[in-house]
Design a binder for this molecule. Sequence first.
Ligand code: SD4
Length: 320
Amino acid sequence: MSSQTRRDFLKHTTAAAAATITAGCITPPPAARLANRGPLIVSTWGFGKPANELALNVLQDGGSALDAVEQGVRHVESSGNTSVGLSGLPNAAGVVQLDACIMNGPGHQAGSVAGVEGVLHPISAARLVMEKTPHVMLVGPGAYWFAKQNGLEVRDGQADEASYRAWLPKQKKPAPGQGDKPENHDTIALLILDAAGNIAAGCSTSGWGGKVPGRVGDSPIIGAGTYADNRTAGISCTGHGEYFIRHAVAHDISARIAYKKESLAKAARDVVQTVLKQAGGSGGIIGLDAQGNVVMEFNTNAMTRGSIGPDGILKTAIFK
Ligand code: SD4
């Protein structure tokens, strides 16, 4: 992290004195950690701020970390966001196809939906997959059917063949790093460490604007876009999903912590700044571990993230 980015962070951090900041990692001082274990809430982008606040309310009202993740993400899904939920970016056929997943640190339960149309809250569909089926992932029409059967709000998508035919001949494979412009895609990713030391993670996105219909990004793929394991960390990603899938980014960070005994900060830095960058993949990750270490590592020009510390104070960092 450059000194400029550190200054920006301090400018936008209301409780900077409560944390030490090193190379993209915010570590509450040990005394604070012992005195008050969580909750810690971290999310991507500016639109994560209200999601963080809502998640905190859910926890304060006695909800679980999973409840808080689901409610926080639901807020963004129905907020009119241009890259999350049904108001998100349409694919080349003019249809919004959504990806989401949720994962519970204790027990490794996970659920996800991919390429689903017309479901207002894919994050809730993902949670239902996790809790009500023996499966982990449902896609397309099956995910829609399942969501509807379970009482989730659905709206019919609209195919637009003309848009697709006009779009197709103009396409070429983007040069490395060219497909990752924030206006092309964004993801709400939300991580929580609750007071009991449990980690939960979730994310939701419309993926890459103008994608080929049926394209699935990293977000709903466990171990690529999101991972949560109480023994290592919760990790969720935003960026050029194809690279995050090919390098199993979220799981790679977790595996480095588990097997190489690296810190969350080092593992995240090596994967994002070396593995991903050398491959030409751009984007970033948010992560937190059971000790309350928070990391926000990215290799793009700009990425806004927010976190709520054990003191309940919302911190927002804007890096350029
Ligand atoms: C995807 N990684 O579909 C997602 C989109 C995203 O910032 O996170 N954009 O590739």
